[in-house]
Design a protein around this ligand. Structure first.
Ligand SMILES: *C/C=C(C)/C=C/C=C(C)/C=C/C1=C(C)CCCC1(C)C
Length: 244
């Protein structure tokens, strides 16, 4: 019995990937509690944005709970759970962009385009990861297709409709908030394709010899930065606009 307990407790300390699964889980859970509670301190028109922030980290927390177990039990990358999580949470991040720019006249078509781009990006990425034969061509083709969706979102946030609408809103904090979120998409989201390229067949794997088990380390760190950070930016915009 004692041995059994020690094994479980010892793993996260020895293994940085397991460690980030544990801390990622707790951080996502704590962030959700924070966003849900803080809904009461922002004005009515911002409550939906905070609800979405809490849902993003809440959905991630549930997936981290299972991914953590899966990883401890098998030592493998929980690829399917990872992509189920992303397929729910990344579209919700697109909803945040839509809600932030809605007051300036964002149309529902903007939301649909962002949703389509995010689902495209994730389906192609899933095919690239889950059905890999370890060949470079499989990894590169699907990685490239996925990147088209990523670049579309990146462009929209920096120069396209989202950026233009934020500018048009004439609201200083919305302009600033959208700009910070665009930085998240540029820098924070870029961690994922870097992790992807460390898988067998990936450019960083064949080129630099980075191993595939590292991918979860990349994904776990990126998720914490992006999901919690994104939510905090939305939260700060909401608070700044709740005094009137
Ligand atoms: C909360 C989860 C987030 C913000 C996940 C974002 C995921 C990406 C930006 C993934 C992008 C990928 C590429 C651009 C190419 C290679 C395959 C992916 C799916 C890792």
């Amino acid at each position: 019995m004692m041995n059994f307990l020690l094994n479980i407790v010892a793993i996260p300390v020895d293994d940085p990937i397991a460690f980030t699964f544990f801390t990622g889980y707790m951080a996502m859970l704590a962030a959700s509690v924070f966003f849900f509670f803080e809904r009461s301190s922002v004005s009515k028109k911002w409550k939906l944005s905070l609800l979405i922030s809490g849902l993003i980290t809440g959905i991630a927390a549930v997936h981290y709970y299972y991914m953590r177990d899966y990883y401890l039990a098998t030592g493998q990358n929980p690829t399917a759970l990872r992509y189920i999580d992303w397929t729910l949470t990344v579209p919700l991040m697109c909803v945040e962009f839509y809600l932030l720019t809605k007051a300036a006249g964002a149309k529902i078509s903007l939301l649909w385009k962002l949703l389509a781009a995010s689902v495209w990006m994730l389906v192609a990425g899933y095919i690239g990861e889950a059905f890999t034969d370890g060949s470079s061509s499989h990894s590169v083709i699907w990685g490239f297709l996925s990147t088209i969706g990523y670049v579309y979102i990146l462009y929209t946030a920096w120069f396209g409709e989202v950026a233009q609408l934020a500018e048009k809103s004439g609201n200083e904090t919305v302009v600033k908030g959208v700009r910070i979120l665009a930085w998240f998409v540029l820098v924070g989201w870029a961690i994922y394709p870097i992790g992807y390229m460390c898988m067998p067949g990936g450019w960083l794997n064949t080129g630099l010899g980075w191993s595939s088990s590292n991918v979860d380390l990349f994904y776990n760190i990126a998720d914490a930065i992006n999901k919690i950070g994104f939510g905090l930016v939305v939260y700060s915009v909401a608070v700044a606009n709740s005094n009137d």
